[in-house]
Design a protein around this ligand. Structure first.
Ligand SMILES: [Zn+2]
Length: 448
């Protein structure tokens, strides 16, 4: 009985702490009075929680503001250097690895181009491992200060003791991605569908803020969506992934990469659009992203206009279906190809969506571009460990078994980096945008 009561008090403390942290995280800086008003907690409870957060170094004092006639109020802020999170985007055309501090300011970034036709799991794992080491070195961050790594993956993630990824268009059938990566890193890892991580990024920081129900559409070579329901400023939204790209819109239509026919992805995915296109500007570019950018920037011509008009029409059909099915307040169009397409075609896409949905739900929905750019998947992946931290993970890193030969594996990664350069015919260049400094070790401490 006594034990249960102690547990209840502990739960309550954790809930109060989470409420204060979430509130502060999304309105920085805040005074204790602001936090009390935002969370509904008493002034005494907020003071207690804040005392603990200050002692732990998670929160810092950040000046003061005048209050009406009373004593100035001390402002509180998140301490950006308390810990770090890493987001990884396994995209079709590149692997992106980004390191963020606790305030979600990007501290380092590494990118590795992928050949869209070459997604072998071992290539992807090797690039991610290289990227993790590169961003820690560039950011000069000790691995023990990393709260966790979130990884946005294509396809369906089967959570469990051994995370499995099913990505039919990559020919990944139950790929044990966690186990493969675990051979390279001791950092805590979390996996989620990339459309869902992008949705979470837009929900936290972009076009999904202040919206309770939204559909976030991710268009790259492939197509996906995530659905946000009952969103709120903190602790509550639920995100569901929809394999929207593989819903059939043309019976007996074009072959899709998934093996079926007539899928939406076979009409609005970047690869499908480029298959229909013979624009000289697009064809002279050497990768999918540049080709689509050239097509969209091209002057009006019968071929270009026809391809783009058809794309807008089908994308509007797909969005109209989402509106009829889920009645979102907002449809957010993102992903590198979605942002390119939306930049030119948004009015035509809206017009098609209107013709292909019912009047009442369409009138309640806005269709907008994502605000976070093509890097939203990696940013959203980094919110996965951040979410756990705000919910009450202590911030002390979980101690995963670190491979005993970590040093020799670091050497391996460096050799792989060199190896990537040798594969230039397949993959133009392995780049890190701010350069890697793998030769220099991050200021390491022993991981116990
Ligand atoms: Zn398909």
């Amino acid at each position: 009985m006594q034990r249960r009561r102690r547990g209840t008090v502990r739960d309550l403390r954790r809930e109060n702490r989470a409420a204060v942290l979430w509130s502060l995280y999304f309105s920085r800086p805040s005074s204790r009075q602001d936090l009390s008003a935002a969370t509904g907690l008493s002034a005494a409870s907020v003071t207690n929680v804040v005392r603990g957060l200050l002692q732990d170094g998670i929160v810092t004092e950040a000046g003061s503001e005048d209050s009406d006639g009373g004593r100035p109020r001390v402002l509180l802020d998140i301490n950006p250097d308390y810990g770090y999170v890493i987001g990884v985007d396994i995209g079709e055309t590149r692997i992106r690895v980004e390191l963020f501090d606790l305030a979600m300011t990007e501290r380092a970034k590494a990118e590795y181009p992928l050949n869209p036709a070459e997604h072998e799991a071992e290539v992807v794992v090797r690039d991610i491992a290289a990227g993790l080491h590169a961003v820690l070195a560039e950011g000069e961050v000790d691995p023990t200060a990393v709260l966790g790594v979130g990884i946005g993956v294509p396809g369906i993630v089967e959570q469990g003791p051994d995370v499995l990824v099913h990505a039919q268009t990559y020919r990944w059938d139950a790929v044990p991605l966690e186990r493969l990566l675990r051979a390279h890193t001791g950092l805590p890892l979390q996996f989620e569908n990339g459309a869902k991580t992008m949705g979470q990024a837009e929900l936290w920081f972009g076009a999904g803020r202040s919206v309770r129900n939204a559909a976030v559409v991710l268009i790259g070579s492939g197509v996906g969506a995530s659905l946000i329901s009952s969103g709120s400023t903190y602790q509550g939204p639920s995100l569901t992934v929809a394999e929207w790209g593989h819903t059939t819109i043309v019976v007996g239509g074009r072959r899709c990469r998934c093996g079926s026919a007539g899928c939406l992805e076979a009409y609005v995915g970047a690869e499908a659009i480029l298959d229909q296109c013979s624009s000289p500007a697009a064809l002279s570019a050497d990768d999918e992203e540049s080709m689509l950018a050239a097509l969209i920037a091209a002057d009006s011509s019968p071929t270009t206009d026809a391809v783009l008009a058809e794309t807008a029409e089908y994308l509007g059909v797909g969005i109209g279906n989402l509106i009829n099915l889920f009645r979102p307040e907002r449809v957010i169009l993102g992903g590198w190809a979605g942002l390119l397409l939306g930049g030119r075609l948004l009015p035509a896409i809206r017009e098609s969506a209107q013709r292909h949905s019912l009047r009442h739900p369409f009138a309640a929905a806005s269709i907008e571009l994502g605000q976070l750019g093509p890097e939203a998947v990696a940013l959203g992946a980094a919110t996965l460990p951040m979410e756990d931290f705000l919910n009450g993970a202590t911030g002390q890193q979980q101690r995963w078994p670190v491979p005993p030969n970590l040093d020799s594996q670091r050497g391996q990664v460096q050799r792989d980096e060199a190896g990537l350069g040798l594969r230039t015919q397949v993959r133009p260049s392995a780049i890190t945008t701010r350069g890697t400094r793998l030769g220099r070790r991050p200021n390491e401490r022993a991981v116990s």
